[in-house]
Design a protein around this ligand. Structure first.
Ligand code: ADP
Length: 510
């Protein structure tokens, strides 16, 4: 079926990213937006935009009925869900299909199979993919939890079968902790997912989080696009990702890729997907979960494999063949070129336990130059609220080697200027100078160990704060004087800011 118009059922940077891919594929893109997002870049960049409701996600970006109606009303043939929101809800994929719309993603059955972690573990075991030792059915009660935990050996992790975002997860160190942890995990899982099912697995010491990107088409072709190293996390949320991983040799990459393609094949997967693994210091790897959608960190793979994953998703959804070419005898794998790193620029204060920050983005200077990519979802004048994810943009650097990629990232981070609210930028700058990170000596416990070095608040008020205060005063003065274009979009009044920034020496901001 040929696609002409795609509804982008998302917001922020991923909506902008999908609109770009649509345009490059010669497709029209329709944006949806909530009331506070009316001035957001994704609304402006799309060929048409539909207001779907007020700020709360439940009334806008999570409302299946409104999204389907928006797609039908604007003559779309397909819906791209992005990540988060409804992207991993089988019910949304089904509703699209029932409405005669192509869901740009896997079949609902694959989402369902991978969404239930115990079922996913059973399917993976059957397909010969190693899973973390543990149960493949939910635990009946704390007595069974204790028996299984003893068999595995402490420490163990209790996890929600319907899990996601680290919710419903409890670390248990010994017999005495089982009962309370089991009750807490059940409660949290019930609250977050409406399903209290909990299972147990062995807690691995100092593993790396390594994931394999795959693409699969309707013709049964599955291609693996190498790994991403996502070990730098805070409370199980990724902060920095890179590809390739210093810990993955070509031989290990081949084994991981074979496991990932087997995993995708086992659930009849179609579209872009990611199989997450934990890699132990000893080199064993275990299936963790599959994300049945495009991921935040997909651009690092794009940079080293020269593939546009979102365009491929659109082609596959339209029934076309993948554009990816794999050399004969390579076992369905592509080969990486150079090294890429991504830093997530979030509206969070890294020096205050990553507390989410809100406010008006007063000024934004986006880095550019050799090897730099900025996937952003905001611009100066936008209001950052607590209604949505704090991710403002992703900053990526590519280099021939890891060292060059890090040098470029450091340079780009120091070019980046964000005034109006605290962001993760200074944290990333510190990591780029951290000895352990530079050696590639990282695992999921990195931040716990390095926190003292990379998360200590800078001493004194610093230039950064002075600049923010000056900018806020200027912004106030500017208000009322800025005349917007007649169509009600944001005014682009950057030039006085640029001059002011220069006068204030913004380039010295950490
Ligand atoms: P969620 O779906 O809630 O994000 P995951 O199963 O993907 O949960 O795990 C999230 C993170 O928790 C992983 O990236 C890893 O840092 C940590 N983790 C999960 N399982 C284990 C385990 N068995 N041992 C050690 N760490 C784990």
């Amino acid at each position: 079926m040929s696609l002409k118009r795609v509804l982008v059922a998302n917001r922020g940077e991923i909506a902008v990213r999908i609109i770009r891919a649509c345009h490059e594929e010669g497709l029209a893109a329709v944006a949806v937006y909530s009331e506070p997002d009316r001035l957001a870049p994704h609304v402006r960049d799309a060929d048409a935009a539909v207001l779907i409701g007020p700020a709360p996600s439940a009334d806008s970006y999570l409302n299946i009925h409104k999204l389907i109606a928006a797609a039908k009303d604007t003559g779309c043939q397909a819906v791209h869900p992005g990540y988060g929101f409804l992207s991993e809800r089988a019910a949304f994929a089904e509703a699209c299909k029932d409405a005669g719309l192509t869901f740009v993603g896997p079949p609902a059955a694959a989402i369902k199979a991978m969404g239930d972690k115990t079922e996913a573990r059973r399917r993976m075991q059957a397909a010969g993919v190693p899973v973390v030792p543990g149960t493949t059915t939910p635990l009946r009660d704390p007595v069974e939890a204790r028996t299984e935990a003893k068999r595995l050996g402490y420490p163990v992790l209790l996890k929600a079968a319907a899990g996601g975002g680290g919710k419903g997860m409890r670390l248990v160190a010994n017999d005495r902790e089982v009962e309370a942890a089991f009750a807490a995990a059940r409660r949290e899982a019930q609250k977050a997912f409406g399903d209290g099912a909990v299972y147990v697995e062995k807690y691995l010491e100092r593993p790396r989080h390594i994931e394999i990107q795959i693409l699969a088409d309707h013709r049964g072709r599955v291609v693996a696009l190498g790994e991403r190293e996502c070990s730098i996390q805070r409370r199980h949320q990724k902060l920095i990702e890179e590809s390739p991983s210093v810990a993955v040799s070509p031989a290990l990459r081949r084994r991981l890729s074979e496991a990932a393609t087997a995993a995708a094949g086992a659930v009849g997967y179609v579209s872009a997907g990611t199989i997450e693994f934990l890699l132990t210091p000893g080199g064993e790897f275990y299936f963790l979960e599959m994300n049945t959608r495009i991921q935040v960190e997909h651009p690092v793979t794009e940079l080293v494999y020269g593939v546009d994953l979102v365009r491929e998703q659109l082609r596959i959804a339209g029934g076309q063949a993948m554009r990816v070419h794999v050399a004969a005898g390579s076992g369905g794998q592509l080969h990486p070129r150079g090294h890429a790193i991504e830093c997530r620029i979030t509206a969070e204060d890294p020096f205050n336990d990553f507390l989410p920050a809100t406010g008006v983005l007063e000024y934004l200077r986006v880095p550019s130059g050799p090897g730099i990519r900025w996937d952003g979802g905001v611009e100066a004048g936008n209001d950052v609220t607590l209604f949505y994810d704090p991710l403002l943009a992703k900053l990526l650097a590519w280099g021939e080697t890891r060292e060059v990629a890090i040098q470029r990232m450091r340079r780009a981070l120091s070019e980046l200027v964000i005034v109006g609210l605290p962001t993760s930028q200074p944290f990333h700058l510190r990591v780029m100078d951290d000895a352990e990170f530079l050696k590639g000596d990282i695992d999921i416990g990195y931040l716990e160990r390095a926190g003292g070095r990379v998360l200590a608040a800078p001493s004194g008020p610093g230039l950064e704060r002075a600049v923010a205060v000056a900018a806020a005063i200027l912004a106030d003065e500017q208000k009322g004087r800025t005349v917007g274009p007649s169509d009600g979009r944001t005014a682009r009044s950057a030039s006085p800011w640029v001059l002011e920034g220069r006068r204030l020496g913004l380039r010295d901001v950490e």
